[in-house]
Design a protein around this ligand. Structure first.
Ligand SMILES: Cc1cc2nc3c(=O)[nH]c(=O)nc-3n(C[C@H](O)[C@H](O)[C@H](O)COP(=O)(O)OP(=O)(O)OC[C@H]3O[C@@H](n4cnc5c(N)ncnc54)[C@H](O)[C@@H]3O)c2cc1C
Length: 427
């Protein structure tokens, strides 16, 4: 960046001094990630309040050659939402407008800064549902969940974020804006190139708003059940019609959550794994299967991430395994040399595993060992949290060369000066 450029002064002039933060006491919440594993630094945190302001901020950064990192709720778990090398932090939280629900199209237009919790409450008031739900719902934003293609517990029945996006408004690295949010329910006039933004983790454009699909609840009575299981293979056999969610966690997760939240043991007996199942159907359980039914059981699953964070700075790896190798993988992780205390949980129906460890003497070595196991068993190194800065090397090593080359060409075309979140994917 040229020393003659007064970047912070230009940003203040554009969005107002109150919306540009440089005091480290004020910026710390924006430069430290949710897990506490990464703490970066920033030239300034900028909080635009309109699409036009986002455009002007991006242009200023482009002209100054100053990289920027888009940020929503900062609940991302792969270090992609914070500036690592002094980049400008572009907070989208003030883009929090929510238009009235359009019942005829079954959709709503939401600003990128609307939290999932607010969006869900808005839909619920009119008898509808926004399909994606995460335990981070009160902070995670529409923009962040689209940029990471967030999943969550209900992917098995309702699909991931990609399935909900009907249109997007995006500010590109040159400050131009493209929008498909004012669209008709069915349009097929060539490729929808804005779909490329889904899962792009802030590296291709800044999402400023979206048109999102809302679902009609099917109205059927559902039950929530906790089941003790000896293996994950036993859990997979439970899947059947009417399934809304099937989550698993291991004994270590349950013990830690009971301790942290002061909760009672929810089920008699002690098992290697527990399954939390939400279903409108009948489960094909053996008579002897230990199970308990209660809608408040979700707290045991939803408290896991927060509980583990309370035990120390965790190494968090989100991966996917072929169904028939999930138990073998769990055994192999537990047999690794000194990864620290291990916690295994995830979204069973997608083969999704959250492998969390706390207290490893060498987290980087533990990460290499665990991801190595995943790849050797035919799994995927990222299931729903994305690549961020945590897995860039593994992304390049495990993605086929044709796809990497295509990603490079798209990046080159949309962000030739690499000012958008430069440490993610390519850092
Ligand atoms: C308790 C807890 C539970 C979680 N459970 C799940 C889960 O079940 N499933 C799941 O998928 N994830 C889960 N997560 C991870 C996280 O909540 C998701 O990744 C979420 O989508 C991040 O949204 P955010 O608004 O916080 O984005 P941030 O963390 O702010 O950013 C994430 C990425 O998106 C980019 N970005 C953010 N906003 C924009 C924008 N407007 N335009 C362009 N790029 C942008 C950032 O640059 C960054 O690369 C969980 C996290 C926590 C803390």
């Amino acid at each position: 960046m040229s020393p003659a450029v007064d970047l912070v002064g230009d940003l203040r002039e554009t969005v107002g001094s109150a919306q540009v933060l440089t005091d480290p006491d004020l910026t710390i919440g924006y430069v430290r990630d949710w897990t506490g594993r990464w703490t970066g630094n920033t030239t300034a945190v900028v909080r635009p309040g309109s699409v036009e302001e986002v455009q002007r901020v991006v242009r200023i950064c482009q002209e100054a050659g100053a990289p920027l990192v888009p940020q929503g709720g900062n609940t991302g778990l792969v270090g992609g939402s914070i500036p690592h090398r002094g980049e400008v932090l572009l907070s989208l939280r003030r883009l929090d407008w929510l238009r009235p629900i359009e019942h005829d199209t079954g959709s709503v237009i939401a600003g990128a800064g609307v939290t999932l919790g607010t969006l869900q409450a808005h839909a619920r008031k009119e008898g509808l549902v926004y399909a994606v739900d995460l335990a981070s719902r009160d902070s995670a934003t529409v923009g962040g969940t689209i940029a990471t293609n967030a999943g969550g517990a209900f992917v098995v029945s309702r699909g991931d974020t990609r399935r909900q996006v009907r249109g997007l408004e995006v500010v590109f690295a040159d400050g131009s804006v493209v929008s498909t949010i004012e669209t008709l329910p069915k349009v097929s006039t060539g490729p929808d190139l804005l779909q490329t933004m889904i899962g792009s983790e802030g590296t291709l454009g800044v999402i400023t708003s979206a048109r999102l699909h809302l679902s009609i609840p099917n109205g059927a009575e559902h039950m929530v059940m906790l089941i003790g299981a000896d293996t994950l293979a036993d859990g997979l056999r439970v899947m059947g019609p009417g399934l809304r969610a099937i989550e698993f966690f291991d004994r270590a997760c349950l013990e830690a959550v009971m301790e942290h939240r002061g909760l009672v043991r929810p089920i008699q007996g002690d098992f290697p794994f527990y399954l939390l199942v939400e279903t409108t159907g009948n489960l094909d359980l053996e008579e002897s299967s230990p199970a308990v039914v209660d809608r408040s059981l979700w707290v045991y699953r939803e408290s896991i991430t927060e509980t583990i964070n309370g035990l120390g700075v965790p190494l968090k790896l989100d991966v996917a395994l072929p169904f028939d190798r999930m138990d073998e993988f769990a055994d192999a992780v537990r047999a690794l040399d000194a990864p620290g205390a291990i916690f295994l949980y995830g979204h069973l129906a997608e083969g999704n595993f959250h492998v969390n460890t706390v207290g490893s003497p060498d987290p980087d070595r533990a990460s290499e060992a665990i991801l190595g196991l995943v790849v050797s068993m035919g799994g995927a190194i990222a299931s729903e949290h994305g690549i961020g800065v945590a897995k860039t090397g593994w992304w390049r090593r495990t993605t086929d060369p044709g796809s990497i080359e295509l990603a490079r060409r798209v990046k080159e075309a949309l962000d030739p000066n690499r000012i958008l979140n430069p440490q993610v994917f390519w850092g």
